[in-house]
Design a protein around this ligand. Structure first.
Ligand SMILES: [Zn+2]
Length: 358
């Protein structure tokens, strides 16, 4: 044996849990009428924008460029590139319904991806890539295709650190690299500059909304955003901070921070300095009201934490306060399905149809 056996470990996690109980949610939603809610929303949105680094992001010309165009069965898949910050480029797929007529306007859906999806490739249904096909079938992550087949214009971006946006430490065509990401590296580096990956992802999607604003074939008052897991994170934050999104669909990413991100150790791209001191996830969702929000939860999703769905319902209840105060309870739906960490979709497309059309 080249080491000494340690019999007792003196750890700090219990102390952090105790600190969470004392310090968390200083900006919690606690409004008793709609005016107090609106004041809370303005302050909290401003505080969180500062915290995640949105206020430090630099704008620039979008310089959109179409890189490729492929005809698929029932829709056209184009690849585009836009500049989101000076020198920062975001590729995305644009899925156009085959029956889109000249001069027509359609509702639109941003389909954000999570981890292990090859970035935009899974939401855009690239089952022709063997490394992705099985996982797409298992987790139903081709939701971008599900929306374009229902007549929506769909945008599937690569988030920073994924797909064609992997940094040099994670680039390569080998299967394990291909579906991996450099989100951890980017978040750690960003934090030292007062930024966060959450903020950079949200900013990039805000720039994608700027691009959407230039398209005559999209109805600007019918823009949705959806995603599973890390795509749920992106959807939650974009919809909370940008009112151009009128319908949000968050799948597999809605739970209390203590159980799900403090007691469980998830990918480090989930962590923003000081976030838990201010809000929990239900408070962020409360910023989306009175716009429509569907949350879908697998009752066996291990990411819900040790208390399972209880840790989700508590957060939905926080968000529900905002929908009650604004008299829009019918715009918040929590769909709990039997299953794990997958996109379910059983109520999703009717929900989107109700609030966005098609
Ligand atoms: Zn990550």
């Amino acid at each position: 044996m080249r080491t000494e056996s340690i019999k007792t470990y003196y750890t700090a996690m219990d102390s952090l849990e105790g600190r969470f109980d004392k310090e968390a949610r200083k900006l919690r939603l606690a409004a008793s009428d709609v005016d107090a809610y609106e004041a809370w929303k303005t302050k909290t949105r401003s505080d969180l924008s500062e915290l995640i680094g949105i206020a430090r992001m630099e704008t620039c010309e979008l310089l959109p460029e179409r890189l490729e165009s492929v005809q698929e069965d029932g829709y056209r898949r184009e690849k585009w590139l836009i500049q989101t910050e000076p020198g920062v480029w975001m590729p995305f797929y644009l899925l156009l319904p085959g029956d889109l007529q000249p001069g027509e306007q359609r509702p639109c859906m941003i389909a954000a991806h999570g981890h292990g999806t090859g970035g935009k490739l899974s939401p855009a249904g690239r089952t022709d890539i063997p490394a992705l096909a099985e996982r797409i079938a298992r987790e139903h992550t081709d939701y971008g295709v599900s929306f374009v087949r229902r007549g929506y214009v769909v945008l599937c971006p690569d988030a920073r650190g994924f797909g064609e946006r992997r940094e040099s430490s994670g680039q390569g065509d080998e299967e394990d690299l291909f579906i991996s990401s450099t989100c951890n590296q980017l978040n750690v580096m960003a934090i030292g500059l007062g930024l966060s990956l959450t903020g950079m992802w949200t900013w990039d999607l805000m720039r994608l909304l700027d691009y959407i604003g230039t398209r005559a074939d999209i109805a600007q008052d019918r823009i949705g955003c959806c995603g599973l897991s890390g795509g749920g994170l992106q959807t939650l934050w974009l919809s909370a901070l940008d009112e151009r999104v009128s319908c949000a669909i968050v799948s597999g990413y809605f739970y209390g921070y203590k159980d799900a991100l403090l007691k469980l150790y998830n990918c480090s791209c989930n962590y923003v300095p000081g976030l838990w001191e201010r809000v929990d996830m239900g408070d962020i969702a409360a910023l989306i009201a009175p716009r429509s929000l569907l949350i879908e939860t697998g009752d066996q999703d291990p990411l819900n934490g040790e208390r399972g769905v209880d840790n989700v319902v508590e957060q939905v209840d926080i968000a529900a306060q905002a929908y009650r105060l604004t008299g829009t309870e019918e715009r918040l739906v929590h769909h709990i399905f039997a299953g794990g960490h997958v996109w379910n979709g059983d109520r999703t497309y009717d929900f989107a149809k109700r609030w966005l059309g098609r």
